[in-house]
Design a protein. Structure first.
Length: 359
């Protein structure tokens, strides 16, 4: 009787847990706040920036050298394509690409539709880091691995979702989901998390496979994070390419989307990670063009146009602005055709770019 009681008690507990998880999943209503559908002809540098080089193996003894070469990263047919190649470059034997968002978000539904690569030593990832990493370092900033795949015979069909943080040393928890009869590289799959002030939930194609409730020691996850997409070659976790590994390997991303709860509970906070000045579009132009920029801290912002001799010809902005993303339309019909420079300055930040006016 005692054994039967405990068996029944365990079944009831499992049933209640399933109901709670189903309730969490069904109760959420989200609205889109940001996305990149990759429908442009080039990566949008208002949203993304490249990380280049090997950076001492990125802390994982990785073998690749990240570039912004079109051989390694390009947009085609509405998709972002990151390609890992076996080639000598920068003193390394492999090249690939790694990009991160200029924006960061606190909470929300973060998802991407991805067709993975495959093979021993191939390590694609769609993940997030705390925006304060340059201040507090890793793992104190927190890390959310929305999906990682460790390629190879036993890993090509398994998606891993993990959180890392600091609490008396490095801590991590996570789960995995294994496709029963297919590789992740066989087709596109949607990888997502739902993140609020109390928890993170991981999904693959709407299948919930891991739920992580927060404890008081996990305060890192109460702050903004930015998104990273990369395709690594080799590393401590999954090992290194061998004779079975085929190159090139591609990580194909259909979209990346960020949504917030319509209730406002656990809603998204979206802020720029840093100051940035984007290339004007269109360029060359006639007679007008759009200049976009991001401000990380409130302060006086100046944006001016200068000629080739450095003489100021137009002052577009000179005022106090709040942190965020800004844009201005530059109407140049009163200027002579030629090459000009536009300069953004705020606090200690200053950057200039070239624009070309046609007539």
């Amino acid at each position: 009787m005692i054994r039967r009681y405990f068996r029944m008690h365990k079944l009831i507990s499992v049933f209640i847990t399933v109901l709670i998880i189903q309730g969490i999943s069904l109760a959420q209503n989200y609205r889109l706040v940001w996305s990149d559908e990759f429908n442009d002809t080039a990566l949008n540098d208002f949203f993304w920036k490249y990380e280049l080089g090997n950076n001492n193996g990125w802390g994982n003894n990785e073998l690749e050298y990240y570039t912004n070469n079109p051989k390694n990263i390009t947009l085609s047919d509405g998709k972002l394509i990151i390609t890992a190649l076996r080639e000598n470059f920068g003193g390394f034997f492999y090249t690939s690409a790694r990009i991160l968002t200029r924006l960061s978000w606190k909470y929300g539904k973060i998802e991407a539709r991805i067709k993975m690569p495959h093979g021993q030593g191939i390590w694609p990832a769609f993940w997030m880091l705390g925006a304060n990493i340059n201040t507090v370092g890793w793992p104190a900033c927190g890390e959310i691995d929305i999906v990682e795949m460790i390629g190879g015979v036993s890993g090509d069909n398994t998606a891993y979702g993990t959180a890392h943080w600091s609490s008396n040393g490095k801590q991590s928890k996570g789960g995995s989901y294994k496709l029963p009869n297919a590789k992740l590289s066989d087709d596109f799959h949607v990888y997502r998390i739902e993140w609020d002030s109390q928890k993170i939930i991981w999904y693959l194609d709407d299948v919930l496979y891991y739920l992580l409730p927060f404890t008081p020691s996990m305060s890192a996850f109460q702050a903004p994070f930015f998104i990273i997409l990369n395709l690594a070659v080799g590393g401590n976790w999954g090992g290194y390419p061998d004779a079975t590994t085929v190159f090139p390997q591609t990580m194909i991303v259909d979209y990346v989307r960020v949504s917030e709860l319509t209730t406002g509970v656990g809603s998204v906070t979206q802020t720029p990670n840093n100051y940035s000045l984007s290339q004007n579009y269109p360029n060359p132009f006639n007679p007008s063009t759009v200049i976009r920029y991001s401000i990380a801290e409130a302060g006086v912002v100046k944006l001016k146009i200068s000629d080739l001799l450095g003489r100021e010809v137009v002052e577009l902005v000179d005022k106090y602005q709040e942190p965020g993303n800004h844009q201005i339309n530059f109407e140049a019909s009163g200027l002579a055709p030629g090459v000009y420079f536009y300069t953004l300055s705020s606090g200690k930040f200053s950057e200039s770019k070239k624009l070309i006016l046609l007539k």
